[in-house]
Design a protein around this ligand. Structure first.
Ligand SMILES: NC(=O)c1ccc[n+]([C@@H]2O[C@H](COP(=O)([O-])OP(=O)(O)OC[C@H]3O[C@@H](n4cnc5c(N)ncnc54)[C@H](O)[C@@H]3O)[C@@H](O)[C@H]2O)c1
Ligand SMILES: O[C@H]1[C@H](O)[C@@H](O)[C@H](O)[C@@H](O)[C@H]1O
Length: 337
């Protein structure tokens, strides 16, 4: 392998442009070798000032571009399956933004394709696993000092939702993070989901069911609740409180600065995920580059992406049809044992 891992970035929108900047300026051991976006001007803007990078309208052309040794997928969710399978066909390691594939059948096809290869190539962009506060909570729960976890209470608030956002996306895009975090923190699969629909906020776009209250049950009898509110208007807030047999622990309150001026003081609230989780994205991409250079996958993988999609799909059914929906997972291939 060359000195620097050559990465093709697919999608140069919000996340893609941020990852391009990160690989170019912050991460060691990698460089941006190619970028693909059907909006080629967007791709050109994102790589302005970067040398030896090719720009493509088609994702596949970027995978085949000179110097490409790995892929970072930051296109919209529905484009991920094709890109993942194309990367697998070329033996290229991948970091794929969440959701891995929004529908569970497509996600399972990705799992099966990787299982057929017989080696793991995909890491999924569940960056909360790299956030310092989540890591502290994980370490506390694993240490056992608080006893068995019984419940997680989660809050996931965005200032506003993008124009294309649908009611289903509150579950399969936003809550996909809580689904992965809960599986990871508790070390269990989520087995059933119920979604309550409070009256929509008058600040939400017409027809969008926002907020929602999502309730998960786990294989070992714990319960996870998530308030998801993507047009809350005031800030980006992600909180998680674990309630255990011998105590509780809460994260998500620390991302504030207290500003004092003109006879008053107020706490600032982060306005978006790029600020709140900046350090987590940095650590995530660095860890992916380091592992990839060693020929390994160390982060959340295709099975985690599939499980999150299957749980989210059950959640969307619960949202649309009402009632409690159980989650059916396919058998887990040995590759992910
Ligand atoms: N981890 C996180 O916290 C986080 C945050 C935001 C978005 N995301 C995920 O990142 C992905 C991108 O989201 P975004 O907010 O950057 O979206 P975006 O709309 O800002 O950007 C997507 C870009 O992909 C391009 N594109 C469309 N089809 C493509 C294709 N087939 N190949 C290559 N590029 C294509 C679009 O032209 C656009 O420029 C989504 O999967 C989203 O869920 C993750
Ligand atoms: O795609 C984004 C992203 O995953 C954010 O982390 C989440 O807070 C948003 O709700 C979602 O729309």
């Amino acid at each position: 392998m060359n000195d620097l891992l050559g990465v093709a970035v697919l999608g140069a929108g919000h996340m893609g442009a941020d990852h391009i900047r990160r690989i170019d300026q912050l991460v060691s051991g990698a460089r941006v070798a190619a970028v693909a976006d059907p909006e080629t001007d967007r791709a050109k803007d994102a790589v302005a000032g970067i040398e030896n990078v090719s720009v493509h309208a088609e994702a596949v052309a970027a995978l085949d571009a000179p110097g490409v040794q790995a892929v970072l997928i930051a296109s919209p969710g529905p484009a991920h399956e094709e890109a993942l399978l194309a990367a697998f066909a070329r033996g290229l390691p991948v970091l794929c933004e969440k959701p891995m594939v929004p529908d569970s059948a497509g996600a399972l096809r990705v799992v099966e394709a990787e299982a057929r290869l017989g080696r793991r190539l995909a890491q999924i962009g569940f960056m909360r696993r790299y956030d310092a506060e989540y890591l502290r909570l994980k370490s506390l729960l694993d240490g056992g000092r608080l006893g068995r976890p019984l419940m997680l209470h989660c809050t996931h608030r965005n200032v506003s939702s993008p124009p294309h956002f649908t009611s289903a996306m509150l579950v399969n895009s936003s809550v996909s993070h809580e689904i992965d975090a809960a599986r990871w923190l508790l070390g269990q699969e989520l087995t059933a989901v119920t979604v309550l629909r409070p009256r929509p906020s008058s600040h939400a776009p017409e027809g969008l069911l926002d907020p929602q209250f999502v309730l998960f049950e786990t294989a070992d009898g714990a319960v996870v609740d998530v308030e998801v509110f993507v047009n809350c208007g005031f800030g980006y807030q992600v909180r998680c409180e674990a309630v255990c047999e011998s105590g509780s622990a809460r994260i998500g309150d620390e991302h504030t600065m207290v500003v004092t001026s003109a006879g008053g003081a107020h706490e600032e609230v982060a306005q978006d995920y790029l600020v709140r989780f900046a350090d987590a994205y940095d650590r995530e991409v660095q860890a992916w580059v380091d592992a990839t250079r060693q020929g390994r996958v160390t982060g959340p993988g295709a099975w985690d992406g599939y499980a999150a999609s299957a749980v989210a799909e059950a959640g969307v059914r619960a949202l649309e049809e009402g009632g409690r929906v159980t989650v059916e997972l396919a058998p887990r291939p040995d590759l992910y044992a």
